[in-house]
Write a protein that binds this ligand. Structure first.
Ligand code: NAD
Length: 422
């Protein structure tokens, strides 16, 4: 069986509307290429953002929450949810930095573009300040632009969230382009894998890192750029007394360790922890604090690219939904701010990390997932795992499959982000 059955609409990616060639309106359907969807739906993304806002609002205001927040990597996944949780949980003014492609008359924008448009519209309706900057966060230019904007509009920032996920980074000083790879270290790794295009559970073998794969992955996904951001913000005097800064990590179960925790990406995450300690020392004069938060495995644009992980996530979702402990990015980020960072009980582990992956890593959850991992195959993956949930989460990232959205209607792909149009 094929795990994605989107019907004929999926083939008609972007048909011109009957309004004629001058119209910029068209029908947008999902177009999936391996682990990415190359289209996104503006109204669907707006609905996805609105649903996340509703989750946060239903939980009430976060007492003593942050008031001026900078989110680096704010347009999708954990960064978007962090921005929503801060704005709608704490009435925070937010700056968002991201790298997204706007739409054109006949081409959909990336999902993060539409998400940010919707976020800004909702923020404006709620009377909340929101300003966005679209560009390469790794560059010196974007850092300067953000600092100038903070100085002009807010003066200082109370919380900086670093949530970038990128396959490459251009070194702002040398111009070297680093490429991040997802590989085991030392020896090859063979395990079960779901081919998300064919719906076949087979084995995948990933060859070990070679050459300077580790150095390059650490340069992209490690802590160097987080430190450069913090240095630049601190030097410019835009970090408030008592500022907190967060970067996100993942550990996960042993079955994924060769490709994640003990692989090239794991080395990058270790580097984040090195930088967290360095930032603690640098922020001490202003009584600031740096954190690494270990988050739950969730379907995002970044995680769907990691071999083995989509199969693990599907098994995990099934167990956690049955247990009533399943969370999506928004519940995770709301809990992080509300129950850890701003209630005086961050509950760090022995390495000083915040653990909102606690429910994922609960022994009874991991035991069941581990047993099902042994048994899962092409015939039973839809019953042992929550593949419908995986599929629907994946499509929702791009604004598809949301209730109440008329996907058969023409829509304008070239809509703008209010703060970028000023
Ligand atoms: P994502 O792909 O959904 O978001 C990445 C964000 O980074 C987007 O806003 C994108 O625009 C931005 N970005 C990428 N390159 C950029 C650049 N050059 N300049 C400016 N912005 C850029 O990813 P995500 O899954 O939310 O990951 C965010 C962090 O959370 C990562 O550190 C990831 O390792 C971590 N994390 C993810 C999971 C998971 O399961 N998804 C679990 C734990 C931790």
């Amino acid at each position: 069986m094929r795990w994605v059955n989107l019907g004929p609409a999926a083939k008609t990616v972007a048909s011109r509307s009957s309004l004629g060639s001058l119209s910029t309106r068209m029908i947008i359907a999902p177009k999936i290429r391996g682990f990415i969807c190359t289209t996104a739906h503006p109204e669907g993304c707006a609905k996805h953002v609105a649903e996340q806002i509703a989750v946060v609002k239903s939980r009430g205001l976060i007492e003593n929450g942050p008031k001026r927040v900078l989110v680096i990597g704010s347009s999708t996944g954990y960064g978007l949810s962090s921005r929503i949780a801060a704005a709608f949980g704490s009435n925070a003014a937010t700056f968002g930095v991201f790298f997204e492609r706007p739409g054109e008359a006949d081409r959909a924008a990336t999902a993060g573009w539409y998400n940010t448009r919707a976020f800004e519209q909702e923020a404006a309706a709620a009377g909340l300040y929101a300003r966005s900057i679209n560009g390469d966060a790794f560059s010196n230019e974007i850092k300067s632009e953000v600092i100038a904007a903070i100085k002009a509009d807010l003066g200082q920032i109370d919380l900086v969230i670093y949530s970038l996920a990128s396959p490459r980074r251009t070194d702002p000083n040398t111009g070297e382009v680093y490429k991040s790879v997802l590989k085991p270290i030392g020896s090859s790794y063979t395990n079960k894998n779901l081919n998300t295009t064919t719906g076949v559970v087979n084995e995948v073998t990933i060859e070990p890192a070679e050459g300077d794969d580790i150095r390059q992955t650490v340069a992209v996904m490690g802590g160097e750029d987080w430190e450069l951001w913090t240095d630049a913000l601190m030097e410019a005097g835009v970090l408030a007394e008592g500022v907190q800064t967060l970067a996100y990590s993942y550990i996960g179960p042993e079955v994924t360790w060769p490709i994640y925790k003990n692989g090239t990406i794991g080395r990058a995450k270790e580097d984040l922890e090195r930088v967290q300690r360095a930032l603690d020392a640098k922020l001490a004069p202003i009584h600031g604090k740096a954190w690494v938060s270990v988050n739950k495995a969730l379907v995002t644009q970044a995680s769907s690219a990691i071999p083995v992980v989509p199969l693990y996530i599907s098994l995990l979702y099934k167990v956690m939904k049955a247990e009533g402990t399943h969370e999506d990015c928004i519940e995770q980020m709301d809990r992080l701010l509300r129950d850890r960072l701003y209630n005086g009980k961050p509950q760090p582990d022995e390495a000083g990390r915040i653990r909102v992956d606690d429910w994922e890593m609960a022994p009874q959850v991991q035991k069941l997932v581990g047993e099902r991992w042994e048994d899962v195959n092409t015939e039973n993956f839809t019953t042992l795992g929550d593949f419908a949930g995986y599929q629907s989460s994946f499509l929702r990232l791009f604004g598809f499959g949301l209730e109440g959205v008329d996907y058969a209607a023409d829509t304008d792909p070239a809509v703008g982000i209010p703060s970028l149009e000023k």
